[in-house]
Write a protein that binds this ligand. Structure first.
Ligand code: ADP
Ligand code: MG
Length: 497
């Protein structure tokens, strides 16, 4: 056969395949399409299952990993970082302090005036800005310069009444919500970026030095008094108003938790025993993983294609950055294999992270009888129009599966912490335990937070549940950092008397 003939034969074969595909497509359209979509849904639902027994295994695995992480550095996927915070706020803190909260999509700068004993928070103001996506993958200097500039502007607007007394520098609590190996209350090196950040020249650097240098470049006179993350800040902010607060959980773009540990239960701590006998531990629980976690093919693919494959597995199941993306992946499979949205796969559905968790939660919360919000969101975010009510119901069902699994796993994680703290059963002394919670996911995704609280009660049982409560610590991370700057101020001893 000559070359031309070969070419023709190949084209002929391709045409046959094309016709065959068309036939399959049409047959699929007429009958099997819906059934195939339902089988994808059912399989996903099964794989996401979180029966009580499984959640208890997850909780136990969390407790075991906590122990291991406290014994030695690198002893566990859980870093169990020592925060150097051995004194949570008492309520006596006094003066004007700043806080900077950097941890994800937005960052905030706060000015807080504390009124000393029984004075509480006399005044607070803040400004918020988003981090331009380009800076999330640029250089350290570019990111910190941007932040320092916003802080400079905020400080410039400081009213006379908030000026420091003569001879005293402004002080700041820096909430930096990424894994940091702390070397003192106000120094620590970045272990790795998470939540979509990837700025290689910061890893291994002291983040307080990075910030301090940027502040100098921008001419801001300020001392960084405390370096904390959002969980520590939330714990401190919660404790300031409620003495029973002993753990904090963040569910926002990412997720993390912190709690108060007995210093003697931290074998890897070789420093002097703190007077309080306690030390706050930053778990970095987002990196938890266990064979008991219900992972699906979608989670594996999401992980492999992520900026940090193999890491932050618990975070990828539970937090705001990922829930919408998991949903997108399931919808894509339905579109691709079951022609769920018609013959063509909607182009936008192929774009990673295009379906964000706020959109997912809006669809999940849609109470209109014709699921109008679902229809509109599919149209606005994915360019998918003409969906039937039946299809929209499937989308809501998928939202429910993804959110329920995440919320129930987060509850199991909290149970693991309570077990480690010996607070998962009712004590004779009748002690109470309050969990300070914060983060945009927890705050806005009501179905998620309701499910979390319901599951926690289910896992604890009625008696123990009666001693444990969850409190929304609104903006604890910012206020908390200012409080910790106050309790670690250079000027503590010359406090106005
Ligand atoms: P960060 O974690 O970045 O510090 P937040 O605590 O404010 O910031 O959380 C923001 C995250 O919360 C968003 O990335 C998003 O995943 C989630 N979120 C915000 N609003 C909603 C909403 N309405 N429904 C569901 N999730 C939301
Ligand atoms: Mg935050």
């Amino acid at each position: 056969m000559g070359k031309v003939a070969v070419g023709a034969a190949v084209i002929g074969a391709a045409a046959v395949v094309g016709v065959a595909a068309l036939v399959v497509r049409q047959r699929m359209k007429s009958s099997g399409r819906w059934a195939r979509a339902m089988s994808i849904l059912k399989e996903f639902e099964e794989k996401c299952g979180t029966p009580e027994g499984k959640l208890k295994q997850v909780a136990d695995a969390m407790t075991v990993e906590m122990h291991a992480g406290l014994v030695s550095e690198g002893g566990s996927k859980l870093k169990m970082l020592i925060s150097y915070v051995d004194n949570l706020p008492t309520g006596d803190e006094d003066g004007v302090f700043y806080a900077l909260d950097l941890g994800g999509t937005n960052f905030r700068v706060l000015r807080v005036q504390l009124g000393g004993k029984e004075g509480g928070i006399v005044h607070q103001e803040f400004t918020e800005a988003s981090i331009p996506p380009a800076l999330m993958g640029g250089t350290s200097d570019a990111l910190f310069d941007y932040i320092a500039e916003k802080l400079a502007k905020f400080v410039d607007e400081e009213e006379q009444m908030f000026h420091q007394p003569p001879g005293r520098q402004r002080e700041l609590g820096f909430t930096f919500s990424f894994p940091v190996m702390q070397t003192s209350i106000n120094s620590g090196t970045l272990i790795r970026w998470t939540k979509g950040f990837s700025i290689n020249d910061t890893v291994g650097q002291d983040v307080v030095a990075e910030l301090t240098n940027a502040l100098k470049r921008k001419g801001v006179e300020m001392r960084v008094a405390a370096l904390v993350n959002d969980t520590i800040g939330t714990l401190a902010g919660g404790r300031y108003t409620n003495n029973d607060v002993a753990l904090a959980v963040i569910l926002g773009t990412g997720t993390n938790a912190a709690y108060v540990e007995r210093a003697q239960a931290i074998p890897k701590w070789h420093g002097p025993l703190p007077k309080s006998g306690e030390m706050v531990i930053n778990m970095e629980w987002g990196n938890f993983r266990s064979s008991h976690l219900p992972l699906t093919e979608y989670d594996h693919a999401l992980d492999v294609e992520s900026l940090n494959p193999g890491e932050q597995i618990f975070e990828k199941l539970t937090s705001g950055m990922y829930l919408g993306e998991i949903l997108r992946r399931v919808l894509l499979k339905m579109a691709d294999e079951a022609f769920f949205f018609g013959g063509e796969v909607p182009a936008k559905l192929k774009i990673p992270f295009i379906l964000r968790t706020p959109e997912m939660s809006a669809m999940h919360h849609d109470t209109s009888s014709d699921l109008r919000v679902v229809g509109n969101k599919l149209k606005d975010t994915l360019d998918i129009s003409n969906t039937s009510l039946k299809m929209r119901r499937v989308v809501v069902e998928l939202c429910n599966i993804v959110a329920t699994r995440g919320a129930r796993l987060a509850a199991a994680g909290i149970l693991g912490m309570l077990k480690k703290m010996g607070r998962d059963t009712k004590s004779e002394g009748g002690g109470k335990t309050v969990i300070a919670m914060d983060g945009g996911l927890y705050e806005h995704y009501t179905e998620y937070s309701k499910c979390l609280e319901y599951t926690l009660n289910e896992l604890l049982g009625e008696e123990a549940a009666s001693t444990i409560s969850v409190e929304h610590s609104n903006d604890g991370s910012g206020i908390g950092a200012a409080l910790l700057a106050a309790s670690h101020s250079l000027y503590l001893n010359e406090k106005s008397s």
